[in-house]
Each structure stands twice: as C-alpha cells, then as structure tokens.
Design a protein around this ligand. Structure first.
Ligand code: ADP
Ligand code: MG
Length: 576
C-alpha cells in the first residue's frame, strides 16, 4: 500500500493542474497505525465532495470487548463515535480555497441512535469511518500544498482525535454502550408485560423548541413523574431498577387542558420507537417497535386502499373498498393512513387531535340528529377504535382534549395536569355514566380483515421515460423517484436525512426486485428488510457511502403509499 508520504508528494506534484488530475489519488493509503481509502474524487470544487473511508484497527481503537458485545452496545458506541468524529472534523476543517475546499464532514446521527453507515464497529473491534473531504482548489486549479495539509494533517488528526483509544473517556464510552442496551432491553420487556410504551420517571419530554430535538433546558422543566396506578418497575441489565409509567395495550386517552403537555407526551412516544443518546432526556422513553403515528394529510395520493370501515357511500357512488385519489381529504387521508399502517403490521396507533381531521374523529349526538347516517359517508374513528383492538389487536393512544364522547370507548384515561400525568379512568367512567352523550354507535358489524394489496409492477418505477433510474433526495422529507416527487412531510417518525435516503433507495430496490405483480405490500417490505439484514445498508448503495441509516418497514410503506404513480391490483382481478 502507498504511504502517506507518497500521498503528500503525489498531491504536491498536482499543484496548479486542472481539478480532474485529482483522480489519480483514488485508492488506498497507509498512515502507519491506520489506513484510508479515497473512494471517489469529486468532479470539481463545487460538486458532491470526495468520499473517503478510514480503517482503524482494533489496537488503535481499543474498544474493550465487553463494551461492544451485542448489537445494541455496538450501535450505541458507533453512534457516539460518529458524533465525536463529526465534531472533531468540524474543528479540524479549514477553508482551503474555492467552494468546499478543505472541509471534512461526517454524517452524524441526531438524538436517535440508529445503525448507520457513517461509523461502523466491526466484531473484532475495528472501526470504519466514512466521511467526505473537499479537495482544495483555486477556481478549478488544484492547490497542492493545501491538499497535502488537508489529507496528511487535518484528516489524520481528525481520525486520531475521534477514534484513538487515549482520546476518549472510557466512562463515556460505557454510558453510550450501556444506555443503548438498556433501552433495547426495555422495548423487549414491554411486550412481555402487555404494555405498548414505557415512560421512565425523571424523563425530560419537552424539546428546546418546535424545530429542535434537543431537550428543553431554559425555564422551568417538569421531569416526568408516573401516576402510582400505572407505575411499573423494570430491572435493566446495566442501570438496574427503574420505575415509570407503563401504557397498557387497548385504547388509551390522553386528556387535559390546552398547553398541559398532551402532545409532548405523545411525541415522546412516537420517537420512543428509536433509542436515544445519553443526555437526551428520553433515554428511557420507549415504545413498541410497531408503533405508528397517524394523522390527516389532505392532498396526498391514495392507491387502492379499502377505506370502507371508515368511509362508505361517497357522493356519486364512488367505491371506497378500492379507493384511489390523487387528492385525499383530511378524513380520507387519515382513514387511508390507518389502514395502510395496519396493513404494514402496526400494533399501536398514535393519534393527536392537533393533526387529526375532526369529522374523522367524532360525530356527536346533535350532528347525528341533524345529518342522517345515510348522508354521512364517515364512520368516525370513535366507532372503530375498540374494534381495532378487539378484532385486530391494534392498540391506540389518542390525545383528545375536546371530546368527552371518547370516554365511552377508553380502557385507560390519563390526564395531563401541568405536565404531570394522573390516572383518571375511574372518574371518567363515572362521568360517562352520569352524563350519557346520547350518541349511538354507527357500526353494525365487525371491521373485518382486508387482504393486503398487490402493487402493479410498472407503477413503481424510478425510471422516467427512457432515462435510467433516478432517485434524488431533497432534505429529510422529500425525494424524487423517477417522475414523482414523494412528500414525506406528514410522515412524522423519520429521524434523519440519512434515514430518508435509505428509504428512497429501499423503494428503488423494491421496485427493481420485489414489485412483480405477485408480492403483497407487507411481503415487499419484508423482503427489502431481509435483504438489508443479510447484506447491511450497503445493499442499498454499492458505493460504500456514509449517509445511510436504518429505517423501519412503516416508513418504507409510507413512501410507497405516497408514490403518486402507485397502482394496485383490483380485488377481483385475476393474478398476473
Ligand atoms: P398540549 O398538547 O396539552 O396543548 P403541549 O404538549 O403542546 O400541550 O405543550 C405545551 C408547551 O409546554 C410546549 O411548549 C411544551 O414544550 C411545554 N412542555 C411540555 N411538557 C413540559 C414539561 N414537562 N416541562 C416544561 N414544559 C413542558
Ligand atoms: Mg396538543
């Protein structure tokens, strides 16, 4: 392997030449105690920066074996190392010319601990870090000396300071490994107890602002304090005994006055499908992995979903057992969202009145009297939420401050009072019996089961006319897929751009390999995730990129379901 001294000479010799000449430094270089590989050199100083990988052997990283034992610990450490690397890279980066010249960047995870390609910890304790550098230029001319400083000083200093054993505090490493393992353990433990979520006492749920995932620190912050009746005790492998609120299966209501913390609690549950970094405040707020936030999303497209449990007899005789629209209403979008989530395998639904369609949630006694059932297509959620649980085993946690009618259908009622939960189920029952609403249920039969949909092969394609497959990311909540723009801004459990990128590429993989007119949606989701399980996230992009993060089947389903070109086989059509 060529040495770093040779690299220094090689880039020095390129000084003043045209940017393209940088191509010659692609390949592996040894720095003695570790190596780097320059995978792909950028085309010009403004293009996507140059991709580099660092290979750090076990004796340089010295992550103690017990600390990386098991997937959860290794993931916790990898996420921590990625954040370290990104921080150090920022400090070591110097502006060294035009455009991105001199910048070193690594895609660090946010508050959520997700398995990602940026930093990977091998079973032998080796580390692979994937980052980018901006190769220095003046205009389009190579700056040889600056390139030598970047590649032979800044880059090795970053790798050294971020990943070498004597640079970090072993106690910090241990915390990251153990916290992640504890959270993972909690999630497994939930299902054994028949709980859908756990919120640890002392947890900090509110965030710094509506646009920040960091914990709220300014002003008075009320740590979580579980109601005694819902308090459960878990014995965690590392931290030991911890108490908190167990949210039982079934139908749970979160009630309370405005601004008392209802939505904040629900949001904590929605992010509880992922583990959180130490210091986040939500390290021990954990919900079952198949928890899906559903909401109204008017304007989205819907393809061949049987929404008849919620919506039937639309004006002009439109069929809702095979419902497609390029422009759903609030209520139809929410109905579709629920049935799609159930199709993908959701076991818990989270619904917040703030983002729900009112007419989908409730039709009260007076409205029932004024508008006869025959003229109202909607069977509100309140009349199906029990069936979802009793027939399908799908629990719901619903934030409702505005409708007492829901008291009739709840198993558990939690009231938020000044950010502290109280169990008020008994009181709610009493009120429900003293003040009957007069409302009559609008369902006569069971909800029934619907067979999963089968997407039509040509309808899921990233090709645009005769051009080859085109998938392009636009931030965390949009990507281009062939001729379509997929809008995921109402898909609330996407944690990072890297996760969205992985979802986009997974949809491409699905379209090329598994959407064949035979496989159902849940089968396609399963096949994609199996492939990633077997081959890692690199199965999605063979270029060994550092900006992919693991994702759930529900977010992939959400992307597929929002593809406007999606067509599914009609229920009575013969199989192709
Ligand atoms: P609701 O849904 O009941 O109307 P929110 O959950 O939106 O209320 O919370 C209202 C405000 O209170 C938000 O700004 C939120 O950040 C803040 N908040 C929530 N929980 C806490 C807490 N435990 N301590 C301090 N502030 C909180
Ligand atoms: Mg709210």
């Amino acid at each position: 392997m060529r040495t770093h001294e040779e690299l220094r000479r090689a880039v020095g010799a390129l000084d003043g030449r045209s940017y393209k000449a940088y191509k010659s430094i692609e390949g592996e270089w040894s720095f003695g105690s570790f190596g780097i590989r320059i995978d792909h050199v950028q085309a010009d100083p403004f293009a996507e920066p140059t991709r580099v990988r660092a290979f750090v052997p076990p004796d340089m990283a010295r992550i103690p074996e017990p600390m990386r034992h098991g997937r959860a610990r290794a993931d916790g450490i990898a996420a921590w190392l990625a954040r370290r690397f990104a921080r150090v890279a920022d400090l070591e980066s110097k502006a060294r010319g035009t455009g991105k010249s001199g910048l070193i960047r690594l895609n660090a995870p946010g508050q959520e601990v997700l398995r990602q390609t940026a930093v990977q910890l091998g079973p032998d304790g080796s580390i692979q870090a994937r980052f980018t550098v901006g190769l220095p230029a003046y205009g389009r001319r190579i700056r040889g000396k600056a390139a030598a400083e970047l590649l032979c000083e800044d880059v090795p200093a970053t790798i050294w300071r971020a990943l070498r054993w004597d640079q970090y505090d072993p106690a910090e490493l241990r915390t990251h490994a153990e916290t992640n393992e504890d959270a993972e353990y909690l999630r497994e433990w939930l299902s054994e107890l028949g709980l859908v979520a756990f919120v640890g006492d002392g947890a900090i749920l509110p965030r710094a602002s509506g646009v920040s995932a960091l914990p709220l620190r300014s002003g008075p912050v009320v740590p979580f304090d579980s109601p005694p009746e819902l308090r459960v005790t878990a014995e965690l492998p590392n931290r030991g005994r911890i108490t908190g609120m167990g949210v039982p299966e079934g139908v749970t209501l979160v009630v309370g006055g405005g601004f008392h913390g209802k939505s904040t609690l629900l949001q904590a549950l929605q992010w509880g499908v992922y583990n959180h970094r130490p210091g986040d405040g939500r390290e021990f707020v954990v919900s079952s992995a198949s928890t899906v936030k559903v909401r109204a999303e008017d304007g989205r497209s819907v393809s061949g979903v049987d929404i008849s449990p919620f919506i039937a007899d639309l004006p002009l005789g439109r069929d809702t057992r095979f419902f497609s629209t390029p422009n759903a209403s609030g209520s139809t979008s929410q109905a579709a969202g629920i049935l799609e989530a159930v199709e993908a395998g959701a076991h818990t639904l989270l619904v917040d009145e703030d983002t729900a369609a009112t007419n989908f949630m409730i039709r009260d006694h007076r409205m029932q009297a004024l508008v006869p059932k025959e003229l109202e297509p909607i069977t509100p959620f309140i009349d199906r939420v029990r069936q979802l649980y009793d027939e399908h085993g799908v629990s719901s946690v619903i934030v409702v401050g505005g409708s007492g009618d829901y008291l009739d259908v709840a198993d558990t009622v939690i009231a938020m009072e000044e950010y502290t939960p109280r169990l008020v189920t008994a009181k709610a029952r009493q009120i429900a019996s003293i003040f009957p609403t007069g409302r009559v249920s609008e369902v006569s039969g069971p909800m029934g089961r619907r067979p999963p949909r089968v997407p039509e092969p040509g309808s899921v394609s990233a090709r645009h006319g005769r051009r080859s497959a085109n998938v392009r990311l636009h931030g965390r909540s949009h990507f281009r897929f062939g001729a379509d723009d997929i809008d995921l801004s109402a898909v609330e459990q996407l944690a990072s751009v890297s996760q969205t990128r992985a979802v986009a590429l997974a949809l491409l993989l699905a379209s090329e390999r598994f959407v064949d007119g035979q496989h159902t949606v849940p089968q396609i989701l399963g096949l994609v995730l199996e492939e990633i399980d077997r081959r890692g996230l690199d199965a999605l992009d063979s270029r060994m990129v550092g900006d992919l993060a693991e994702f759930r089947r529900f977010e992939l389903a959400a992307a597929l379901n929002r593809l406007r070109s999606l067509r599914v086989r009609a229920p009575d059509a013969p199989s192709t």
